[in-house]
Structure formats: C-alpha cells, structure tokens
Design a protein around this ligand. Structure first.
Ligand code: SAM
Length: 284
C-alpha cells in the first residue's frame, strides 16, 4: 500500500467529530458523543451548509441522515428478520449506532473499530458512560493494513464463525482511491466467506455526471478533500458499475439502495433533487 495514502488516512479522523455532532443535533445521539471540536466545526461550516441549501437545494445534513438512517434500517432488518446477533462497525468514529443498537437489542454483540487514536477515544467515551461491556467492545483497525495487529483478520479473530455477521462502514470509502478501497473490499469479502451468512453495508457517493447539481457536488467534494487534507474521489458512474465493482471484489449479491427514494419510510422529508448517496448491501 502506498505510504502516502496510509499517512493521509489519520487526517480523516477529525471529520468524525463533525458527523458525531450532526447525529446529536438530530437526536440520534446522547450529549456524551459531542466534542468541542465537533460543535466548533459545525458552527464554522454552518454558513456554507446554509448557502448550499438556500442556493442549490443541497442539504448536507439531510444527505448524512439519508445514509445513516438507511444503514440503520438495513441493520434492523438483518437483526429482526435474519436473526443476526453480531455486528462489526468499522470506522465507527463518534457514531452512536453501537450504543443505540445495543440498548435496543439486548442479544447483540457489537464490535466497533477505528484507527487506534479514534478507537481509544471512543472506548474512553463509552466506558466513561458505563456503556461498554463484554458484548459492546471497541478495537483498533486500519482497513489499509495488510499485515500487523491492526489488519482486518485480527479484528475478525474473536468473532463467532458459526453465526451470521453484519459489517458496516459509514463515511469511509470515498476518502480513498477506488483501487485502494477495492483492495479492502476484496480482503473483507474473503474474511466474510468464512461465515454462514454475512452482510456488508456501506454508503458511497457515485460520480453522477447527469445530476442537476453535479458542478456544486464537485465543489463540495473538493472542499471535503481540502478540509481532510486528502481527496474525496467519487466511485463508479452507475448502478451497474457499482454492482460489477462489488462482484469483482467477491460479493455475489449486491443491492444498491437510493435513500432519497425511501425518504418517508426513513422518517425524512422528501428531497426535491435526485439522490446523491447510495447505500450498498452486499453479500458474499
Ligand atoms: C467521516 S468519519 C465517519 C465516522 C462515523 N462512521 C460516522 O459516520 O459518523 C471517518 C472515520 O474513518 C476513520 N478512518 C480513517 N481511515 C481509516 C482506516 N484506514 N481504517 C479504519 N478507519 C479509518 C476515521 O478515523 C473516522 O473515524
């Protein structure tokens, strides 16, 4: 793996403070998940977010909620309809999902994972509130690591391979060039093939040239890249390319969901523009 991409990965972590604050603002998280940095960045970006909404009808927080709530809905269905009892959330950041799902489903084993510094922070946060126990844990992982104790197979070592599993990444994959993230997806698919059934849930932002706000979207991703001192490449240009990409990585069944098409069932206002984010549900 290129050293430059690896070095830039840690610069992504501050973005988790911003999304953590957004989840809190929309009543998806307790106050413990808020950091001073998260609320400061939210304040600083507010004029931009307001301008994008008023000027172009692009609502950044609605976009974040679409992906978050669609992933929640897929996870609830996997638990309630398919009897899933173990979940691994990679790049968990300051997301409250582990906390919410462990309170809602007492049978669940929930493993959160992130780069070491963010994982330590999350562990401290959950531990401080008395929310960590044998079934809700936090570990370090680096999705780019191909050896060492932060690689994917170390994270998976303690899982029960006789039981189904759901793996989630949210707010992660568009920070990396496609070749790098497809490398991760291939390693993930190979790990998941050991389980009786396994679902991978992620969101991604495709390169939708035909979208009426494509130019503004390009400005937005340029800005995210600058703020996180990296880049924010859009992956795949269509539904078919997404399916083919995941299949190349070893996922046999691939569903591409557009949360904007499902807004009311997710409890969101219908959006005036075609959706920009897709949630992928992939199975090996
Ligand atoms: C935009 S935040 C998303 C956090 C959370 N999933 C959410 O939606 O609120 C991106 C997260 O990816 C994590 N991350 C960045 N590079 C990573 C890597 N190589 N392996 C694992 N996690 C990584 C960051 O530390 C950060 O917590």
């Amino acid at each position: 793996m290129p050293e430059r991409a690896r070095a830039s990965s840690a610069h992504i972590s501050p973005s988790a403070h911003y999304t953590g604050y957004v989840w809190y603002r929309h009543r998806l998280a307790e106050p413990a998940f808020v950091t001073a940095f998260g609320s400061l960045v939210h304040k600083l970006l507010w004029p931009l977010a307001w301008g994008a909404r008023a000027g172009f009808g692009l609502d950044i927080e609605a976009l974040l909620l679409q992906r978050h709530l669609q992933i929640d809905a897929q996870l609830s269905a996997a638990i309630e309809q398919q009897g899933v009892r173990q979940v691994v959330e990679i790049a968990c950041g300051l997301s409250p999902r582990g906390r919410r799902f462990c309170s809602r489903y007492p049978q669940l084993q929930y493993l959160e994972a992130d780069l070491p510094a963010m994982a330590a922070r999350k562990r401290l946060l959950l531990h401080g509130e008395g929310w960590l126990d044998g079934r809700h844990r936090v570990c370090a992982v680096d999705i780019l690591a191909e050896r060492g104790n932060q690689q994917l197979n170390t994270l998976f070592a303690d899982l029960d391979r006789s039981q189904p599993v759901v793996v989630i990444t949210e707010g992660l994959v568009n920070y990396f060039p496609l070749a790098l993230i497809e490398g991760f997806w291939s390693r993930l698919a190979s790990e998941l093939s050991d389980f009786p059934s396994a679902i991978y849930l992620t969101e991604l932002y495709p390169d939708l040239h035909e979208h009426p706000r494509y130019r503004q979207l390009r400005w937005g991703v340029e800005l995210i890249g600058r703020l996180t001192r990296g880049s924010y490449p859009l992956h795949y240009r269509s539904h078919d390319e997404i399916v083919a990409g995941f299949q190349r990585c070893g996922f046999a069944q691939v569903q591409v969901l557009d949360p904007s098409a499902d807004a009311s069932s997710l409890g969101l206002k219908p959006s005036r523009l075609p959706g920009l984010v897709r949630v992928i549900q992939a199975q090996v």
